[in-house]
Design a binder for this molecule. Structure first.
Ligand SMILES: C[S@@+](CC[C@H](N)C(=O)[O-])C[C@H]1O[C@@H](n2cnc3c(N)ncnc32)[C@H](O)[C@@H]1O
Length: 265
């Protein structure tokens, strides 16, 4: 099935299933130095708020990159993922000694988890796909419900304003014929759902989340992929230091494919 056919699938969960038969999550965060920037930045922020032994829920866990990282560092990890293909990719990475709970399910219903049972909840994916605002709020409410008082919630979004440049890099006619409103620069929400920085803030405010941190997790690393991948280790270390230096500057926040918000319920 191609993306044109997938676009016409009305049921959101069924659409997500098909999207991840086209987009492969397996190596998205680890296939290159440039691809690693998002992961390294996200983990660096999360680790400021949690300690080994804490309970983490990874909702929309994909191929398990975050779940496996934290489980192998001694955190107690539960992972929930919707798409068959990503569950398969996740299971393929599991080693006999990995101790984590992986289930297939939907972020809209976390009733299998008890209220106030996790120190941290990661919502790294469902908000890339839920197109209805009420569903987005329900998903945030579920994450809040299972998070302990004082626990931390981590939300990621795809940045509307930067993806325009990423698309331009892939298609030289994107500015004239791309799928976005030519006046407001609002992207069509397919195959992902896109948010401006202000829209993220407004959604989290409506969801009763107090935002503590806002981070541009990958910045321009996809646009600069070739250059970054050609760096030697010392160059890459220094690129990362530069990225960490700029990634929370408010004036640069939207200039990133992915945005991370840290909050409390
Ligand atoms: C781009 S991937 C991100 C995977 C991983 N969390 C990461 O950050 O690399 C988005 C993930 O969210 C999952 N997802 C989307 N909607 C979901 C929902 N309603 N419930 C659970 N998972 C969902 C997708 O199947 C996919 O694995």
């Amino acid at each position: 099935m191609d993306l044109l056919q997938i676009r016409n699938i009305q049921d959101e969960a069924a659409r997500v299933q098909k999207i991840y038969e086209v987009f492969h999550e397996d190596s998205r965060l680890n296939r290159s130095k440039a691809a690693r920037v998002e992961f390294l930045t996200t983990v660096r922020v999360i680790e400021e708020y949690v300690k080994p032994g804490d309970k983490i829920l990874d909702v929309g866990a994909g191929a398990g990159e975050y779940s496996l990282y934290f489980a192998r560092k001694g955190y107690r990890v539960s992972a929930l993922e919707l798409a068959d293909s990503n569950i398969r990719a996740f299971r393929a990475k599991l080693k006999a000694e990995d101790d984590l709970d992986l289930v297939q399910g939907n972020a809209l219903d976390l009733s299998r988890y008890e209220k106030a049972s996790f120190d941290a909840v990661l919502l790294f994916g469902p908000l890339y796909h839920l197109s209805d605002t009420e569903d987005q709020l329900r998903c945030i409410a579920e994450a809040k419900r299972v998070c302990k008082p004082g626990g931390k919630l981590f939300f990621t979004f795809i940045s509307n304003d930067f993806v325009i440049l990423t698309e331009f890099m892939n298609r030289s006619d994107y500015f004239t014929s791309g799928d976005y409103d030519k006046k407001s620069f609002r992207l069509e929400d397919f195959p992902f759902v896109f948010h401006t920085v202000d829209a993220c803030r407004e959604l989290l405010r409506r969801g009763g989340i107090q935002v503590l941190r806002e981070v541009a997790t990958d910045g321009a690393s996809e646009l600069l992929e070739e250059k970054i991948n050609a760096l030697d280790e010392a160059g890459f270390e220094q690129y990362l230091r530069y990225h960490f230096y700029i990634c929370e500057k408010p004036e640069l926040l939207g200039m990133s494919n992915h945005l991370l918000f840290v909050g409390e319920g």
